[in-house]
Design a protein around this ligand. Structure first.
Ligand SMILES: Cc1cc2nc3c(=O)[nH]c(=O)nc-3n(C[C@H](O)[C@H](O)[C@H](O)COP(=O)(O)OP(=O)(O)OC[C@H]3O[C@@H](n4cnc5c(N)ncnc54)[C@H](O)[C@@H]3O)c2cc1C
Length: 396
């Protein structure tokens, strides 16, 4: 195996010099945490009062992290990625729209996304958030509801409302199974995660008999999730289905810790980054050791975790394009991982959100916030871009 995450030529082959310079400007700007903090607060207000900032957002942060404003508009990016054997996971990036009408609308959009994905060569997955189909307050209540002796929640009061959520998800999964597209169900805040897990496991039991159509998400920044992964594996064996799992570290750490302090309960988050890394890598090993029953998607920008998985596959003589192993990074980040994995023959993809600018703002704000730390992601992205720009200059 010749895999190197330092190969910037491969990583950025799909980007022009101009694209790279724009990305450099963007990541440099995101270094300034005061700026990101101010922009995060002001942008939604500016958009609400209708100031003409769409143009600048579209050309900068939107272009870097989002595939387009409509489903069809993602095809330019998808085709470009296909040239480099990189696949696409379509993510309808609209968040936080509550109300039964919006949930029904979102269900129809998700089904259209599946049909569209099935008509394209390199889009085997799409992702959804259950909060796009269900009221946050309902999920919070179900998370807290008393458990029956079977381990299932007693949720009689909200039965009708929850049944509608179940029907929405069922119809999405049914469409996905019919079109041979897999659905990744995102993990969200721990105080709504229990009903998400429960419903996802139920769908897996129905639709994952032959292959993993439905995937749950395991956030390894939670100290109880490695155990949960192992329990889910036991259930999959007992009930005879393929367990689909997306492994991530988790995106809501500050929020989780703050809520735990505020409400006086023990934090669900690991004590430190090392503990998160340890469980993440252990989860990767566990999945690779049980590929007969588990289909895994490694969703991470961490070079060590990705390299560990690739090396373990080589050691175990697992073919790089094994249908039960997939790697994915967010569009606009860690191209050095995705494109180098794809070049070596691994199944690698980009998570590609799309949607109207106003609707994807929460997603963009999360990307900006996670890229503020100088020592973290931005430092790495910037360094890689600088290396590539220098390499191109010396080769001219
Ligand atoms: C394809 C894909 C899908 C994703 N889907 C989801 C999803 O469904 N739900 C979701 O929540 N996130 C999701 N994410 C985001 C993900 O959870 C991480 O926020 C992000 O990828 C950063 O983690 P990393 O593995 O890339 O690596 P790194 O950059 O090595 O790790 C950063 C992460 O480590 C953890 N961490 C940092 N400091 C500490 C500390 N002091 N103590 C404990 N833990 C710490 C945090 O989770 C932090 O985000 C997804 C990411 C990708 C690439």
């Amino acid at each position: 195996m010749n895999l190197s995450f330092d190969d910037t030529k491969t990583a950025f082959a799909y980007k022009s010099d101009k694209d790279l310079k724009t990305a450099r400007f963007l990541f440099k700007t995101m270094h300034f945490s005061w700026f990101v903090s101010m922009a995060t607060k002001l942008t939604p207000v500016i958009l609400k009062i209708g100031l003409p900032v769409h143009g600048i957002i579209r050309k900068t942060i939107f272009k870097q992290f989002v595939g387009g404003e409509t489903l069809e508009a993602t095809s330019t990016v998808a085709k470009k990625l296909e040239e480099y054997h990189v696949q696409v996971i379509l993510d309808y990036g609209v968040e936080g729209k509550e109300g039964e009408e919006n949930f029904d609308k979102a269900t129809e959009v998700f089904k259209k996304v599946i049909q569209y994905a099935a008509s394209q060569k390199n889009i085997p997955f799409m992702s959804i958030k259950l909060t796009g189909l269900a009221r946050f307050g309902l999920m919070e209540a179900l998370n807290e509801a008393p458990r029956l002796r079977s381990g299932v929640h007693n949720h009689e009061i909200q039965d009708a409302e929850w049944d509608r959520v179940r029907n929405r998800l069922y119809s999405i999964c049914e469409t996905a199974a019919a079109h041979n597209i897999s659905v990744l169900i995102d993990a969200e805040e721990s105080w709504i995660q229990d009903p998400v897990d429960r419903l996802t496991m139920e769908m897996m039991q129905i639709f994952n008999k032959q292959k993993a159509v439905i995937f749950n998400t395991i956030q390894l920044y939670r100290h109880d999730r490695l155990q949960f992964l192992k329990m889910s594996h036991e259930i999959a064996i007992q009930q005879g289905f393929i367990l689909g799992e997306k492994l991530v570290r988790g995106a809501y750490m500050e929020k989780e810790r703050a809520r735990a302090i505020q409400n006086g309960y023990p934090s669900p988050i690991q004590p430190d980054k090392e503990a998160t890394d340890k469980d993440y890598n252990e989860a990767v090993r566990f999945c690779l050791d049980h590929l007969d029953r588990i289909s895994v998607l490694i969703g991470s920008h961490n070079e060590e975790s990705n390299m560990l998985a690739a090396k373990k596959m080589e050691e175990m003589n697992i073919s790089f394009d094994h249908p039960h192993i997939h790697f994915s990074q967010l569009y606009g980040m860690s191209d050095n991982i995705t494109f180098n994995l794809a070049k070596e023959g691994f199944s690698a993809s980009k998570y590609l959100p799309f949607g109207p600018i106003n609707d994807v703002i929460p997603y963009l704000m999360r990307r900006a916030q996670e890229n503020t730390s100088v020592s973290g992601q931005t430092g790495r992205e910037l360094a890689l871009i600088e290396v590539e720009l220098k390499r191109r200059k010396t080769q001219q």
